[in-house]
Design a protein around this ligand. Structure first.
Ligand code: ASP
Length: 326
C-alpha cells in the first residue's frame, strides 16, 4: 500500500515538475497574437502598440497574425481552440467577446468559458462617421437624410458580430431605419472605402478615425459617450447632437485559450499592465483617443466580469433588433 502511494506521489511530482518549469521559463519563443480582423483597423492598431511593449517585458517577439472573417469569430474560434501554452493569444473586443453569442446561435466558443482572460487593453469610444460629401451637416440632418433615403444609403461594417456592426445595429434601430449594410473584413478596409466615397457611413472605434477626421477626409457627426473626447474636442456627444439614446462604447482586451497555466496568464497580465504604464505606449494610445483602463480594470478577473456583463447587455438588444448571422 505504502509503496503504491509512494509511486503515485512520485508520478505526481513528475507531472508537477514537467509543468512548472514550462511556466517558469515562459516565454522561450515568439508569441502569436491573433487579431481577428484585417490589418490597419482598431483591433490591429491596439494589438501592435500594446504588443510591442509587452514583447520588451517578455523578452520575446509578439507577432500579430490577422485571421479575419465572420465578424471576428473565425479568429476567435482559432484562438479558443489553440494549444493553451501561452504561445497563442488574441486581441478580442466587445464584438467577439460580448455581442457575438447573440448573433451566432452556432458560435463555436463561449466568450466567458473558453478563454483565460488576460486583461483589458483599451476602451474605445464609438463615433458616427460618413464619407466627406455625405449631404448632412450635423447629426439631426444625418438622421433625417438616412430616414428619407433608406433605400439608397449604405452602411459599412466589419462583419456580423463586430463592434461596428453591433453599434450601428443599435443606431439603426434607434433611427428606425434598415439601410443596406456592407460587410468588410475589418474597419481598416471600411475606412479606406469611406475615404474613397464608396460607402456612406459607419460606426467605428475612435482609434481608427482620428487622423482621417483631423485631415477632413471623412465627416463625423457624434461621439457616443457621456463626455467629449480630449482627442477630438470639437466632436459633439450624441446627447448634445440630439440622439441621446445612442450611448455606446467598446473595448479591446487580450485573451488566452482556456487551460493556460495561471502563472503564464499572470506573466502576460503583468506585461500588459507594464505596457499600459509606459509613457510612450500611453501617449500613442491616448493620441488615438483610447481610454486607458485604470488599475482595477486591468486584472484578469475584471475582464472576466466585463465579458459576462457585456454578453448579458448585448443579447437582449440584438435579439430585439432581430438580427442573426445563421
Ligand atoms: N473595429 C472593428 C469592428 O468593427 C474591427 C477592426 O478592428 O477592424 O469590430
Amino acid at each position: 500500500m505504502l509503496k503504491r502511494v509512494a509511486s503515485a506521489l512520485a508520478g505526481l511530482a513528475c507531472l508537477v515538475a514537467a509543468s512548472l518549469p514550462a511556466a517558469a521559463e515562459y516565454p522561450e519563443r515568439p508569441i502569436t497574437m491573433i487579431v481577428p480582423f484585417a490589418a490597419g483597423g482598431p483591433t490591429d492598431i491596439i494589438a501592435r502598440i500594446v504588443g510591442e511593449h509587452m514583447a520588451k517585458t517578455l523578452g520575446q517577439a509578439v507577432v500579430v497574425e490577422n485571421v479575419a472573417g465572420a465578424g471576428g469569430t473565425t479568429g476567435s474560434t482559432r484562438a479558443a481552440q489553440a494549444k493553451p501554452d501561452g504561445y497563442t493569444i488574441m486581441m478580442g473586443h466587445m464584438g467577439t467577446h460580448g455581442a457575438a453569442p447573440a448573433l451566432y446561435p452556432n458560435l463555436k466558443y463561449d466568450p466567458a468559458k473558453d478563454f483565460a482572460p488576460v486583461g483589458l487593453a483599451a476602451g474605445t469610444p464609438i463615433l458616427i462617421v460618413a464619407k466627406k460629401d455625405f449631404p448632412a451637416k450635423d447629426l439631426k440632418e444625418f438622421v433625417a437624410y438616412v430616414k428619407a433615403n433608406e433605400g439608397k444609403v449604405n452602411e459599412a461594417h466589419a462583419g456580423v458580430g463586430s463592434v461596428s456592426f453591433t453599434t450601428c445595429t443599435l443606431l439603426q434601430s434607434i433611427m428606425g431605419t434598415k439601410t443596406g449594410r456592407v460587410a468588410y473584413r475589418g474597419t481598416g478596409p471600411v475606412l479606406n472605402d469611406l475615404v474613397a466615397g464608396q460607402v456612406d457611413f459607419a460606426c467605428d472605434q475612435i482609434v481608427n478615425l482620428v487622423s482621417q477626421i483631423q485631415s477632413g477626409n471623412i465627416k463625423v457627426y457624434a461621439i457616443a459617450t457621456e463626455q467629449r473626447s480630449d482627442t477630438l474636442p470639437n466632436v459633439p456627444t450624441s446627447k448634445e447632437a440630439g440622439l441621446p439614446e445612442f450611448q455606446v462604447s467598446a473595448w479591446n482586451a487580450i485573451f488566452a485559450p482556456k487551460g493556460t497555466a495561471p502563472e503564464i496568464v499572470a506573466k502576460l497580465n503583468a506585461a500588459l499592465v507594464k505596457a499600459l504604464d509606459d509613457e510612450n505606449t500611453r501617449k500613442r494610445l491616448l493620441e488615438l483617443g483610447s481610454v486607458i483602463p485604470d488599475t482595477a480594470g486591468r486584472s484578469s478577473d475584471a475582464l472576466h466580469k466585463l465579458v459576462e456583463s457585456e454578453v448579458a447587455r448585448w443579447t437582449p438588444v440584438l435579439k430585439a433588433a432581430g438580427v442573426t448571422a445563421n
